[in-house]
Design a protein around this ligand. Structure first.
Ligand code: ADP
Ligand code: ZN
Length: 216
């Protein structure tokens, strides 16, 4: 299965991705996670990405596309992949077409998680993540059993630096302007699957699995 997961920040991409990679046994390729890892390890890439990400801006396309190309060239991607957070604009989508052609791969579908923008800010400001295992919580809809502690592994929960109301507004504006046109882009190529992501994470995953049945 060769998939792209599309959707606004807070649309539930991360949670759906975690479910899908388990179900289909494919690698999860999240450019956001790769950048955060680079920042944590203070690599050259991390230095470029930090300030941009903290302010809700994009990392330059050349950097992002190079990173994705390297990742897709690795052996584990031969059985497929789930791209999460990439492509994020038309230029990246065109570059991805070139990369896939070069690697002899073909996209099966682009899944667009459709969510009411009013829900997004609520979801993001209340989002908390495990500092160790990446499990994701929401202080309103999916509280941890013990305040500030991960149910899965017991490590402390953290809030992403870019998950504040100010930065979210920038991220949403850039999303509408640059990423939303990809919906039309993939629709034209007959690759788009639109999924209602306004309900629970579980509901979203079930809808995706149902829609992907025709590829099994
Ligand atoms: P979210 O799912 O909340 O939108 P991500 O974890 O996917 O956030 O990405 C976090 C940040 O990393 C983005 O706001 C952006 O600064 C940077 N980033 C991630 N993917 C890309 C990309 N494909 N192109 C440019 N910047 C990116
Ligand atoms: Zn944890």
């Amino acid at each position: 299965m060769h998939l792209i997961l599309l959707g606004a920040p807070g649309s539930g991409k991360g949670t759906a991705a975690a479910d899908l990679v388990k179900i289909y046994g494919i690698p999860h390729i999240s450019t956001g996670d790769m950048f955060r890892e680079a920042i944590k390890n203070q690599t050259e890439l991390g230095k470029i990405a930090k300030e941009l990400i903290d302010n809700g801006k994009f990392v330059p396309d050349e950097v992002t596309c190079g990173l994705v190309k390297d990742r897709l060239s690795q052996d584990d991607c031969k059985k497929g992949f789930l791209l999460d957070g990439f492509p994020r604009n038309i230029n990246q989508a065109d570059k991805l077409n070139d990369i896939l052609k070069e690697l002899g791969m073909k996209l099966d579908a682009t899944i667009d998680l459709d969510v009411d923008h009013k829900l997004i800010i609520q979801r993001i400001v209340n989002r908390r993540l495990c500092s160790k295992c990446d499990a994701s919580y929401n202080l309103v809809t999916k509280k941890p059993k013990k305040d500030g502690i991960c149910d899965v592994c017991g490590a402390p929960l953290i809030q992403r630096k870019d998950d504040n109301e100010e930065t979210i507004k920038t991220r949403l504006a850039i999303y509408s302007e640059q990423t939303e046109p990809l919906i039309e882009y993939y629709k034209k190529r007959n690759l788009l699957i639109t999924i209602d992501s306004n309900k629970s994470a579980e509901h979203t995953t079930n809808l995706i699995v149902e829609a992907l049945k025709k590829f099994n």
